[in-house]
Design a protein around this ligand. Structure first.
Ligand SMILES: Nc1nonc1C(=O)NCc1ccc(Cl)cc1
Length: 251
């Protein structure tokens, strides 16, 4: 998959291109990441990339011409492996990104991505209408620029690409991609600050362990994020396990 990022701070993306799962994905060619800087498309002596807002008000906007040219160069590259490319603008005004959106973007039929990371107070609305296909938000808070949002989206999508995670991890991931919160995890030592590891996890009974983990995920989701549970239609086993979790609280 190709992801092009339009950004005034390309060095920020070392964080995803050189480390961890996304770093390995870049190294192995699972992800092809390239940054495009509007500053490279300036022609004035000061390499101006910002401009004043019509109507006044505080701050500056991204200057149209360098940004527009950078988006076009990025789109050309993102489409030059024969796949389509979608231009996504990261902003608080976008649709809120979640795991189902990540799965959608990671799917082969979704093509490649151009992520537009803005700075200053915003981007001209006419540029958004003309060159942006979709606006996405990583959450309801205001960041200083779109780069961190682009990296969040890039990481969530990349780890779902075939070959990005080892077989072991991708197996685990499957069991939690069902919209539930993760279960509790335990590792050595068996007793830590007087607290023991739940016995079932030491039993070697993999079916019992699977049921315990599912029960804990269901219980946690019910306790901490009932809004997520609302969206799910639980199967027989899940309903039984959640009822058991609730009953255990009474004892
Ligand atoms: N929340 C979010 N989810 O996606 N992006 C954000 C965010 O705050 N961006 C800041 C931002 C976005 C565009 C420009 Cl021009 C300047 C600053």
């Amino acid at each position: 998959m190709r992801i092009a990022v339009v950004t005034l701070f390309p060095e920020m993306f070392d964080a995803v291109s050189r480390y961890g799962v996304s770093g390995r994905a870049c190294e192995q060619g699972v992800l092809d990441l390239r940054c495009f800087n509007p500053r490279s498309h300036t022609s004035d002596r000061h390499q101006t990339v910002d401009d004043r807002p019509y109507g006044g008000g505080p701050g500056m906007l991204m200057m149209i011409q360098p940004l527009s040219d950078a988006i076009e160069e990025a789109r050309q590259w993102a489409e030059s492996d024969g796949k389509s490319a979608m231009v996504v603008y990261l902003s608080p005004q976008g649709k809120v990104f979640d795991q189902s959106a990540a799965k959608h973007f990671a799917a082969p039929e979704s093509g490649n991505l151009v992520l537009l990371a803005g700075r200053y107070e915003g981007v001209d609305e006419r540029l958004i209408q003309a060159q942006v296909d979709a606006e996405w938000s990583i959450g309801d808070y205001v960041l200083s620029g779109g780069e961190l949002a682009a990296m969040v989206m890039l990481d969530a999508v990349t780890r779902l690409l075939p070959g990005a995670l080892g077989h072991q991890q991708s197996a685990e991931q499957d069991s939690f991609s069902d919209g539930l919160l993760d279960c509790p995890h335990y590792t050595r030592p068996e007793v830590f600050q007087g607290e023991s590891v739940p016995a079932v996890l030491l039993s070697g009974n993999h079916e019992k362990i699977r049921q315990w983990r599912l029960k804990q995920s269901l219980g946690r989701t019910w306790q901490r994020r009932p809004d997520l549970l609302e969206k799910l239609s639980l199967n027989e086993e899940q309903q039984k396990l959640l009822a058991e979790f609730k009953a255990d609280l009474e004892t």
